[in-house]
Ligand binder design. Sequence first.
Ligand SMILES: *Cc1c(COP(=O)(O)O)cnc(C)c1O
Length: 223
Amino acid sequence: MNFYESTLDTIFTRIEAVRTAVNQHQIIKLVAVSKSVEPHHVETMYQAGQRAFGENKVQELARKNQALSTLPLEWHFIGRLQKNKINALIDLSPSLVHSCDSLELAVAFNKRLHVKEKTLSVLLQINSAKEDSKAGVMPEHAIETYLAIKETCPNLVLKGVMSIGAHTNDVALIQQSFETTYRLYESLTPHGAKVCSMGMSEDFELAIRCGANMLRLGSVLFT
Ligand SMILES: *Cc1c(COP(=O)(O)O)cnc(C)c1O
């Protein structure tokens, strides 16, 4: 039994406990955020049964993808994106980009994807607590932006929404930010939204209570 098997076990037990408590029937997908660890940790986590991993820098994703190219891993990109990294990211064919945060960025992606005759699955990042320090579209513009991306970017496959909980110790405010994202997710399900990516190491149980079906966990898994 490797070290990470018991870590994953503990996390899945915590996830199931909340799911049962709030009668949540959706399957919850876990993305292991590996940004702070070297590839051999990813490999050990893979051997423990984990398949989806998240990185927030294109170069790091490229490096780890290369180092672990023999493993059937599913890479998620969760970081802020500069336009000059779009081509490099597309060439890595990530499973899902969580951090599409404007129509402008979506259009830039679409243009390059069109040239390369590829498609890419993305989430629309929402700045649900309206924080200056965070990327994402403002909640009041989320629906129109989502629909505009759907309309104008045929090479993007919009899968849903992502957000980071409010940066505060006030649990009520964090909850509010998750509820904002979940409400938008619900309104977008008739337009094909299937993923509500929210919840990190410090707040994932609350995120599940608020309806998250994809969690991005780093420190709680790797330390
Ligand atoms: C780092 C990161 C995470 C994971 O954070 P932890 O607190 O280590 O679980 C999740 N989402 C994003 C966007 C991140 O940058």
